[in-house]
Ligand binder design. Structure first.
Ligand SMILES: [Zn+2]
Length: 441
């Protein structure tokens, strides 16, 4: 059903992320392969638009991911016949995964079948002919050896028919060895710090502060190094990353308000949020928002309850649109900043090099909530603002705990110097944010 012209052309390139810094230069050879795919006579055209989704508090990518006027575009979607419920309508190839991560990727993809109510997707191991960028195949590829500066664990630049919104090919990149290496570092550090940390850090609501990766409020940390291995944590993390990226390929945009609603299984309502590790580590399936979004986009069913939703461009405008939080954002930042400071005043293990600015993103969220406090209910506004200000003061005035030996105090002081640098950064006057593109990291 398609004609493919295959042109292979080699070009040399040289890239430098920071002009003038030769250590950041990368060079190599890129093989360019051009595919021409004949459009099907009856492509799958969604009758649903990005704007209509938004009116239901649901976020879909359009047939084109960039540019203004996206509201009128048909939503991005796989060609899935939801009436026949025929199984295996799309095969998702897993490329270059280590053997023991294949079941993780399979579970992540097939968890979406639960939402569809039948086995629409099936995974298969890719052979040598199947690769990313080839529009004949849906591919999720494990990539080793990425730069440490690469800011994503997964990336989903899915190929979509610009006229119809139909997904031509899934393209998902998974950051393999580089992310695994940083995981190892965190786990080693954690094993050392765990006994002390677990007695210091508390809970926010009913969720512990301590289990986490990137979005953890204090430092990257895994609490339970006794009963859970490094592999257990890493697999839990990749499960949730691949589930999130596959959600992008289904057409779903981020939902950074997803974590303001906690489902009955104790996990937040959307895998399309950036979740703290203690949430992502226990997630097994997409959430109630994800379910409602797919049922709307693929089945035409309207949500029966009001969805909590916001996406990338709402973050600067809404107090409750944040990455890495869970529950009520105003309560989360207060508890996180106070408990995080207590931890850093007492923790006698040096923070690892990779933790450069502890709690910086949390402080920035706290400042944003103060700025947008008029969006909070009037009865709660004053209390919320004064508590956040008190928490920020607590960070600013952090001191080593009184009962430490001289050697311990030196470690704590070094850790706290990172915290002061972080505070200075977070409270510095704002520079305009760079233009964000909605590529679906
Ligand atoms: Zn994403």
């Amino acid at each position: 059903n398609s004609v493919i012209v295959d042109i292979i052309h080699s070009v040399a390139f040289s890239l430098s992320k920071d002009a003038g810094d030769s250590s950041k230069e990368r060079s190599g050879e890129v093989k360019v392969r051009l595919f021409l795919k004949r459009q099907e006579k009856r492509p799958s055209v969604s009758s649903r638009t990005v704007g209509a989704a938004r009116a239901e508090n649901i976020g879909f990518f359009g047939s084109s991911r960039m540019g203004s006027g996206a509201d009128v575009l048909p939503i991005a979607h796989y060609k899935i016949d939801v009436t026949s419920r025929k199984p295996v309508q799309q095969i998702i190839y897993l490329k270059d995964f280590p053997q023991d991560y294949l079941p993780v990727a399979k579970s992540a993809v097939e968890s979406w079948n639960i939402v569809f109510g039948f086995d629409a997707f099936k995974t298969a191991t890719a052979n040598a002919d199947v690769d990313l960028g080839d529009p004949r195949y849906n591919v999720i590829k494990w990539i080793d050896g990425l730069d440490e500066e690469v800011p994503w664990a997964g990336y989903a630049p899915t190929m979509v028919n610009p006229r119809t919104g139909e997904v031509l090919a899934t393209q998902i990149l998974v950051n393999g060895s580089t992310t695994r290496k940083s995981f190892s570092g965190i786990y080693k550090y954690t094993s050392e710090a765990a006994p002390q940390f677990s007695t210091l850090a508390g809970k926010i609501g009913n969720v512990p502060l301590v289990e986490g990766t990137g979005e953890n409020p204090v430092v990257s940390f895994f609490a339970d190094t006794k009963s859970k291995s490094e592999e257990d944590y890493a697999k839990g993390y990749y499960l949730s990353v691949i589930m999130h990226e596959f959600g992008h390929s289904l057409g779903l945009r981020h939902n950074f308000a997803g974590s303001t609603v906690i489902d009955s299984n104790g996990v937040s309502s959307s895998v399309m949020d950036y979740e703290p590790g203690f949430v992502s580590n226990i997630r097994q399936v997409p959430g109630s928002y994800d379910h409602a979004a797919i049922r709307w986009g693929y089945f035409g069913e309207s949500p029966t309850t009001q969805m909590a939703f916001c996406t990338d461009e709402d973050m600067a405008k809404r107090y409750d649109c944040n990455q890495g939080d869970v529950g009520k954002p105003e309560d989360y930042v207060v508890a996180g900043l106070i408990q995080g400071t207590t931890v850093l005043e007492n923790l006698i293990v040096p923070l690892p090099d990779m933790v450069k600015k502890p709690m910086k993103s949390m402080m920035k969220t706290a400042l944003k909530i103060i700025e947008l406090a008029n969006q909070l209910p009037e009865s709660e506004r004053q209390k919320a603002v004064s508590e956040i200000q008190r928490a920020l003061e607590r960070v600013k005035n952090a001191q080593p705990s009184a009962n430490l030996s001289a050697a311990e105090k030196a470690i704590v002081e070094t850790n706290l110097s990172k915290l002061s640098a972080s505070y200075a950064d977070a409270t510095a006057p704002k520079t305009p944010a760079p233009l964000a593109l909605n590529f679906g990291l």
